[in-house]
Design a protein around this ligand. Structure first.
Ligand code: F6R
Length: 610
């Protein structure tokens, strides 16, 4: 989703801003722009639809010379993908603004500002902010006061950075609902929507809280809370362990991230298991205080993270003896739900900023939950900061829009949560130990799964001319089938549906013909015989099958069935291991289709708006 970068320095900032935008490309966007205040105290900006590279080329032709500037990648919400709608937006050639989020009362404000004589050049809600701040600055005189007064009038979500030719050394920023981080430099300061954008220039960060407004110049940072009080916010040294800006030897970030899964999961497990169970503090200090009383778990998440939650329900109910519901966040937040006594609200999120999941977490605080836990990949995110307990998945920065290592590390965390709750609910010690051993073996099993890449690349050729596909699984592999289908559709644009295999004969069987590949996830578990019957139902109707099976499951390739043998693994970790071949399948199909693997059309990495 949209990205923001800002800088105030003694050196020229256009290069820093463009590099920052490049690093935010992974979030998904459709246009980009930069504005600076130049030596003549004039606002200069360049905007382009398409990739940051096009913006870079345009600026190479007409350099932007300024020591203060703001930049943005836009993911269209209000108004189409046009240069006029790209940020920064300006008011009267004095104020320039970039904004992430959605202003819900923009129509009313637009009418009021038009009545004041402001002329609008775009269809965006952001242009309203620019004119509103200009209008307020005319009466208040000072930029900070103008921004404070303007944001009080905004309804909705914003992370915004403002520049003013009347105050050419200052960036004023405000955050409510969309994350912003200040990068602290030496004799220069920065701001961005994501620390990744600023890693080349600083590793010292201040994470703004909800409602904060900050006034930043080269040497000073002043922060004010919602009440307007001056506040100190901690400066945190970034713990991002490697430079996620590069693809290394890999053709795409997605492939790199698929290959990183064994090491990512090793990091997830590191220091959190004893020989017999999980350590309570894996979920935060004093986690036992909450976990020991839990009688029900409510999981809330979106997309891939939702699929991780679906798997967790099978684990929690079958091993931890605790009832569990799972719901899509955008549904949960808008319905009246029943809260069981002693319930734990679990949010799952790669980014920790997904608007619907965050809203569900905030809502839960009014509903009487015993506590909240987030399973999250970003330690500085809103969800981690606002949850009672947090389990950091430690996957490392995930750049590919299609989630891969974030998912397998979430699953690893959720299996550990099964132990974390199960040990207080009579889960037999022997069973806990067995899960620990299975978890310890997981990184090696993932290495074996990744090694299937060449075989899967070959298999993917069959999908080049297909428009539809069906994924089948049973039990805790049903959500894995759903995840496989989601991956295939989002990066190859092939229509993919997933069904619990037992549902086939209740409708979807009508779709089966030789044009519909059917992908079956078949580990060797107690549902295998049932799954084999489902496979025969498809075969009898002329369907072409791709079976990802345990080698002990005794499937044999023939004219109608391609069998890919996946390494044998403990049943409890099979959902995690079987995810990998499905990720690889969608990756290689997308390669053949020639789609934009890392930034699929219409999608954003971090969905910070509803
Ligand atoms: C799919 C994908 C999305 C995200 C979803 C939630 O590959 O990445 O479905 O899983 O947008 O995002 P997070 O996990 O950041 O809350």
């Amino acid at each position: 989703m949209c990205g923001i970068v800002g800088a105030t320095s003694e050196r020229r900032v256009a290069g820093i801003l463009l590099e920052g935008l490049k690093r935010l490309e992974y979030r998904g966007y459709d246009s980009a722009g930069v504005a600076v205040i130049d030596a003549n105290n004039e606002l200069k900006s360049v905007r382009r639809t398409g990739k940051v590279q096009e913006l870079k080329d345009a600026i190479a032709q007409n350099p932007l010379d300024g020591t203060i500037g703001i930049a943005h990648t836009r993911w269209a919400t209000h108004g189409g993908v046009t240069e006029a709608n790209a940020h920064p937006h300006r008011s009267e050639d004095e104020i320039a603004v970039v904004h992430n989020g959605i202003i819900e009362n923009h129509e009313r404000l637009r009418e009021e500002l038009k009545a004041e004589g402001y002329v609008f050049n775009s269809q965006t809600d952001t242009e309203v902010i620019a004119h509103l701040i200009h209008h307020e600055r005319k009466t208040k005189g000072d930029l900070l006061d103008a921004v404070k007064s303007a944001v009080r009038q905004l309804e909705g979500a914003y992370g915004t950075v403002v520049m003013d030719t009347k105050h050419p050394e200052r960036l004023v920023v405000a955050r409510s609902g969309s994350p912003l981080v200040i990068g602290v430099g030496i004799g220069e300061n920065f701001v961005a929507s994501d620390q990744l954008a600023l890693l080349p220039v600083t590793r010292q960060f201040i994470y703004l809280e909800e409602g904060d407004v900050a006034d930043i110049n080269r040497t000073d940072i002043a922060i004010y809370d919602t009440e307007g009080n001056s506040v100190e916010r901690e400066v945190v040294e970034s713990d991002v362990s490697y430079d996620a800006g590069g693809k290394g030897q890999y053709r795409h970030f997605m492939l790199k991230e698929i290959y990183e899964q064994p090491i990512a999961v090793r990091n997830t497990l590191e220091g959190r298991l004893s020989e017999t169970t999980v350590l309570d503090n894996a979920f935060g200090e004093n986690a036992a205080e909450i976990l020991k009383d839990i009688e029900h778990v409510q999981i809330v998440a979106c997309g891939t993270s939702y699929h991780a939650g679906m798997v967790a329900r099978y684990w929690l109910e079958s091993m931890a003896n605790v009832s569990c519901n799972i719901e899509i966040a955008s549904e949960f937040r808008y319905r009246k739900s029943y809260v069981h006594p002693n319930s734990l609200l679990v949010t799952i999120s790669q980014s920790g900023e997904t608007a619907d999941t965050l809203a569900a977490l905030r809502l839960s605080k009014e509903l009487g939950y015993k506590g909240s836990l987030t399973i999250c990949n970003v330690g500085s995110s809103s969800m981690v900061r606002e949850s009672d307990l947090a389990f950091l998945t430690r996957a490392g920065a995930e750049i590919g829009v299609a989630s891969t290592k974030a998912f397998t590390t979430q699953l690893t965390g959720l299996l550990m949560l099964t132990l974390g709750i199960g040990k207080y609910r009579g889960m037999p010690e022997q069973q806990q130990e067995a899960v620990v051993h299975a978890l310890q073996a997981l990184p090696t099993k993932l290495e074996e799964a990744v090694a299937l890449a060449d075989e899967i690349e070959e298999l993917a050729q069959d999908f080049a001319n297909k428009d539809h596909s069906l994924f089948l699984g049973r039990g805790n592999q049903y959500p894995i089938a759903m995840e496989g289908a989601l991956k295939l559709k989002e990066i190859s644009y092939i229509h993919a549906e997933a069904y619990a295999a037992g549902e086939l004969k209740h409708g979807p069987l009508a779709l089966i013909d030789e044009e519909m590949p059917v992908i079956v996830v078949a580990p060797n578990n107690d549902l295998l015989e049932k799954l084999k019957s489902n496979v025969e139902e498809v075969r009898a109707r002329g369907g072409l099958m791709y079976v990802f099976a345990d080698k002990n499951a005794h499937f044999k390739s023939d004219d109608t069935m391609n069998v890919l043998n996946v390494c044998h693994c403990d049943e409890v970790i099979a959902p995690i291991v079987y995810t990998v071949p499905l990720q690889l399948l969608s990756y290689y199909v997308a390669l053949i289709k020639g789609t934009d693997v890392d930034q699929p059309r219409n999608l954003a990495k971090s969905v910070t708006v509803e």
